[in-house]
Structure formats: structure tokens, C-alpha cells
Design a protein around this ligand. Structure first.
Ligand code: GLY
Length: 367
């Protein structure tokens, strides 16, 4: 029996997350949405299509009016209005109307694009998330953020639009390459650090099982992480306040991502951003020195970087300030008051940021 987690929106039940280890129960979950009277378009990318496209289409065959698959070329650079445009054209050609359904099958890029297409096609049609990467399961499929990049700015155009269902098959995590797996893991670690010190300790205690991708451990990890994200997004669905806590590590992380021209994964950059933010939290005397070093070193067994060669602190600072998390002149920085409790701080100075970036700059030891 799969477990499920209801997500509320405006204090009312909105959609369920189903946690599973395969796709066996997907059809019965979808049948709750009257799919026999609907067309379904599975939107995915070229990579995930070759892994799971056929399996999902086989599940749908004969169970809806018709099912079609739209696969765009895999890659973050596809997260644009052009791809959305192409999907609109495909849906029109396939005569999709307002009662039909989209399924986002894949990682964060697929979920964001499909969600935004669903939010805007005919002023909104239903969509279901089937996240297949850890980044999408841990973060982007929960909470209704959808959108695309625009003119070099990440997630600049978008909408808050809730799915009807999120079906998380942790079995899909087995086909992820290591870099992608640990990229998603950074967001899981973030959830422990900002809200739940017991979960953070549990992650440390299960380091080997997580590295082995033991199914039961992954299931518990994704479920506990989702419960933390649920609490945050239910309280502040449209990021007017505390949802910003989820941006812990993202202010400097996004700047590094841009600086490195997206050659590093999101999670790698966020891990570096979290180390920098934990460093500032130590300098504010909220974390002890031991806690700071434990947080920093804890990324190592999960293949996440804690330092980086070739970064210019001034450049990263400039990029940090051009991030859309700026409000007026102050940066909304997320720091740790203690392990398991984050807060928003608007007082972080340029000098503190430069020091933190210098801290993560790799300098070779000389003898
Ligand atoms: N990824 C941050 C959020 O969902 O708000």
C-alpha cells in the first residue's frame, strides 16, 4: 500500500503526493480523475522519453480518449517560451480542449514547462506531475511553482499553478546518474537544515544506504523531505513570507550557477551556497564553529563540493546582487539561527558575503 500526503492550498485539500516504488498504481490513481473521458498528453524530454515514455504510454493505452506523447530535446536551455509555444501548437493540432489533461514526466525542467503550459493553455487545464529525478521529487514538483527562463534570467516568467496529483516513484531514482542524484540530495539536506534537525541527523546516519540508493531508505527520505516542504508551502503558497526560507543556499548558489555558465549542477551550486550561508551564520554567532564545520564537511560523502577553484568573489557578489531575490537595495539572505531553524536576514553586508565566498574558494595547500 503506497503512502500519500495531502497538500492543502488556502487551507483546503488541493492534491495528494503518492509515494511509490514503481508505476503499478499510476493507472488507479489517474482513474480518480475520470481519464476515460479525457485526452492525455504526456510531456517529457528526449532522455526520459527513452527511459519511461513507452511504459507510461502502455499504462494509458485504452484507458482514455487518446494518449499522445510530446518529447522536447533534453536540457535546461529548452526551458523557454519557445518550447511552451511548440507544446501549444501540438495540443491544438491534437485538438486538446479545456477538460483534457497534461502529464509532466521527468525532472524539474519538464515539470516547470508542463506546469506553465497547463496554467496558460485555454486559461488553464489540469496537469499531473510524475517527477523522475531527485531534484524534482525533493523540490520542484511540490508547491505549484511553474515557469520558464527568459532572456538569461532563471524562472523569470511563470505562474503558481497546482497539479492534480504528484506521483513519486522512487524506483526511477535508480536510473539517475550520480551527479543528478546528488544534485537533488542537496535540496533534501537543505530541508533538514532549515526546518528539522532530527531529519538532518537521520540523513547523516543513513549516509551508506542513501549512497547505495536502498529503496526503503529513499522512500523514507523523500517522504520526510516532502513533509517539510509541505509545511512551508502550505503556510505561504505564493512566497510572500516564509517560503523564502527554501532559498537557503540559493542566493550565492544561483550566482555560482550563472558564473559557471550552468556547467555545474543546481545542487552542487546550492551546496556551495549553503556552506557560504552557514559560514555567515557562524560569523553572526548563531552557529558554533563545530556546527559550521560539521555542516560543511557533511556534503563531502554525498559527492557535493564544499570549495571551488577559479572563483572571483567580486564577480560572484555582483551576480548575487543581480538575482531577483533583491528587494530594493537589501538582499533577502537566508541564514541558520541554529541547525533546523532558518530565518530571513536583510542585514548581511557586502563584506560578509565577500568573506563567505573567499571561504569557499579553493586554495591549494603549499608546504
Ligand atoms: N524551490 C523553492 C520553492 O519551491 O519555493
Amino acid at each position: 500500500m503506497n503512502s500519500r500526503l495531502p497538500i492543502l492550498y488556502d487551507k483546503k485539500p488541493c492534491y495528494d503526493i503518492v509515494f511509490a516504488t514503481d508505476f503499478q498504481d499510476l493507472l488507479s490513481e489517474l482513474k480518480a480523475f475520470d481519464i476515460e473521458n479525457r485526452r492525455i498528453c504526456v510531456v517529457t524530454d528526449s532522455h526520459v522519453s527513452s527511459l519511461y515514455g513507452e511504459e507510461i504510454m502502455d499504462i494509458l493505452n485504452g484507458n482514455c480518449i487518446k494518449n499522445v506523447l510530446y518529447a522536447f530535446t533534453a536540457g535546461e536551455e529548452q526551458k523557454t517560451l519557445t518550447t511552451v509555444n511548440d507544446i501549444y501548437a501540438f495540443l491544438i493540432q491534437e485538438q486538446f480542449d479545456r477538460k483534457d489533461l497534461l502529464i509532466a514526466l521527468g525532472g524539474g525542467v519538464t515539470g516547470d514547462i508542463t506546469g506553465f503550459t497547463a496554467a496558460t493553455y485555454l486559461r488553464g487545464i489540469d496537469f499531473v506531475q510524475i517527477p523522475t529525478t531527485l531534484l524534482a521529487q525533493a523540490d520542484s514538483s511540490i508547491g505549484g511553482k511553474t515557469g520558464v527562463d527568459f532572456d538569461g534570467y532563471k524562472n523569470m516568467v511563470g505562474a503558481f499553478y497546482m497539479p492534480k496529483l504528484v506521483y513519486m516513484n522512487v524506483g526511477a531514482l535508480r536510473t539517475l546518474d550520480d551527479r543528478q542524484f546528488f544534485s537533488g540530495f542537496a535540496e533534501i539536506m537543505k530541508h533538514g537544515l532549515i526546518k528539522d534537525s532530527l531529519f538532518y541527523e537521520w540523513l547523516l546516519d543513513h549516509m551508506y544506504e542513501i549512497n547505495d540508493r536502498d529503496t526503503d531508505t529513499l522512500l523514507e527520505m523523500v517522504e520526510r523531505s516532502s513533509k517539510i516542504k509541505k509545511l512551508v508551502v502550505e503556510k505561504d503558497p505564493t512566497e510572500k513570507g516564509d517560503r523564502a526560507l527554501l532559498n537557503f543556499g540559493h542566493t550565492i548558489g544561483h550566482a555560482i550557477e550563472k558564473y559557471k555558465n550552468f556547467a555545474m549542477t543546481h545542487g552542487e551550486c546550492v551546496a556551495l551556497g549553503m556552506v557560504a550561508a552557514a559560514f555567515i551564520s557562524w560569523k553572526h554567532e548563531w552557529l558554533s564553529m563545530e556546527e559550521y564545520y560539521e555542516i560543511r564537511d557533511m556534503f563531502v560523502p554525498f559527492n557535493l563540493p564544499i570549495s571551488l577553484e577559479d572563483i572571483e568573489p567580486e564577480e560572484i557578489l555582483k551576480l548575487t546582487k543581480s538575482d531577483k531575490k533583491m528587494e530594493g537595495n537589501s538582499i533577502k539572505f537566508i541564514l541558520l539561527k541554529k541547525v533546523g531553524k532558518a530565518l530571513i536576514d536583510r542585514t548581511v553586508t557586502d563584506e560578509e558575503i565577500l568573506n563567505a565566498i573567499s571561504e569557499i574558494r579553493y586554495v591549494e595547500d603549499y608546504e
